[in-house]
Design a protein around this ligand. Structure first.
Ligand SMILES: *Cc1c(COP(=O)(O)O)cnc(C)c1O
Length: 424
């Protein structure tokens, strides 16, 4: 049996423990939702205040040059690049994940239309995050293409000579299951398709090597594991071998080679800069920059490899404690046990009461979230994200202790925990 003392000892031995002090975490909260909205870095309020009061308030429009505003998407993008196996000047932080996906998917389809016009399909996974599927569906409508959705085991068979693009999310938002990026990218290429990855639940959570996998396009999220704040700019990466080939469809002036020449025709900027559209959200970029500074601090302590080791130890511990201490309460495990197939979250299933159990936990200060099932193969899910930058092993113990008490007492059945909110 795992003991509380063992968990406390793991915290004492944790080489990344000091990183927690770089965040502002409300006392009494065990925050297991960093996969949905990361916590606030301690440096963010003053950085945002400076951007507003000093840069905007005092230097005004001169800030575009004087305070580095104009280059912020590239500056922040370079910090993200280090976490995802991309090079300098290959990533920009801009727009939302949904919008960036529209841009890269369009560019990939433009490329396929020239190189292999007989290919009329996008393949994705049925349980991919909905916005990814909606964007793909819209593009298919616009271009007379077909979106084919498969289960993971059906992927190989779906990669036929009709497929233009394989579009996948690396770590699944519902189950925490992680794809083998290198193998699937190679399979897509072997079938003659381009590979688009969504790294929303990967960037800052698990090591990613886009260059090593020879992927074609990638997008990802700034407000989850990167701790950039609500609605933080997302990011976009294009393999440098494709970056200059095509325009992306939102050809705004910030993606122009020389925006301040104000010419009437569009000349795309070289490289990833053409993936910008319009004027960038500088205050939000400043907040995201603070989130990335924490990863720079983590670099000295072993970087993503050390974070991954800790993340797996946290999720292993959570699974073991749930199985030891909450047995007999109808909980199942939706997340793969194999390390190579697991992201940084653990999802539990329960036939009844998943939503209410999560609400009862939140009332006790243990913040996870709930994702509804689809009435078929995919059950209701209690979802717990473990951000190795700031979550400790004793917190895992305490979270499971609360879960045990909520289940044993039947507290989750109270009416106040069974009322649905707009955002789950
Ligand atoms: C969180 C998430 C998004 C979010 O997209 P937004 O445009 O930021 O709302 C998209 N895709 C995946 C896979 C996600 O996990």
């Amino acid at each position: 049996m795992t003991t509380l003392q063992h968990c406390i000892d793991l915290d004492t031995q944790d080489p990344l423990r000091s990183l927690r002090t770089l965040f502002s975490i409300p006392s009494g909260t065990i925050y297991l939702d960093g996969n949905s909205l990361g916590v606030m870095p301690a440096a963010t309020p003053s950085r945002v205040a400076d951007t507003v009061a000093r840069d905007w308030g005092t230097d005004l429009i001169q800030s575009w040059n004087k305070n580095g505003w104009f280059a912020m998407p590239q500056h922040v993008g370079n910090k993200i690049a280090r976490l995802i196996g991309a090079g300098d000047n290959e990533v920009v932080a801009t727009d939302s994940t949904s919008i960036n996906l529209y841009k890269v998917l369009s560019a990939a389809l433009n490329m396929a239309a020239v190189d292999s016009p007989q290919r009329k399909r996008i393949v994705s996974e049925r349980i991919n995050f909905p916005t990814d599927l909606y964007i793909a569906e819209a593009l298919c409508k616009e271009r007379g293409l077909e979106l084919v959705l498969v289960e993971p085991e059906g992927m190989a068979a779906a990669l036929t000579a009709e497929v233009a693009v394989l579009m996948l999310t690396h770590v699944n938002y519902r189950t925490g299951a992680m794809h083998d990026m290198a193998a699937l990218t190679a399979a897509a290429h072997a079938a003659g398709a381009l590979m688009v990855w969504d790294l929303a639940h990967s960037a800052g959570a698990v090591p990613v090597d886009l260059s090593g996998a020879c992927a074609d396009y990638a997008v990802g999220c700034g407000y989850k594991y990167l701790n950039g704040g609500p609605g933080a700019p997302a990011f976009v990466w294009v393999n440098p071998k494709h970056a200059n080939r095509f325009w992306q469809p939102l050809a705004g002036w910030w993606g122009h080679a020389a925006p301040f020449t104000f010419t009437p025709d569009y000349q795309p900027a070289p490289g990833i800069t053409r993936y910008q559209c319009g004027t960038q959200p500088i205050i939000s970029l400043a907040a995201l920059d603070c989130g990335l500074d924490v990863f720079a601090a983590a670099e000295a302590l072993g970087g993503m490899a050390a974070l991954r080791t800790k993340s797996l130890a946290l999720t292993d511990l959570f699974i073991a404690l749930v199985e030891e201490r909450c047995a007999g309460h109808g909980l199942g495990l939706a997340t793969p046990r194999a390390h190579a197939e697991r992201g940084s979250q653990v999802c539990l299933t329960r036939d009844e009461g998943a939503y209410a159990i999560v609400q009862a936990l939140i009332a006790r200060g243990v913040v996870g979230d709930y994702r509804a099932g689809d009435g078929g193969n995919h059950k209701d899910i209690l979802r717990f994200g473990f951000t190795p930058l700031y979550i400790g092993f004793e917190e895992v113990w305490q979270a499971v202790e609360h879960l045990k008490q909520v289940l044993e007492s039947g507290e989750w059945q109270r009416p106040e925990f069974n009322r649905q909110h707009a955002v789950t």
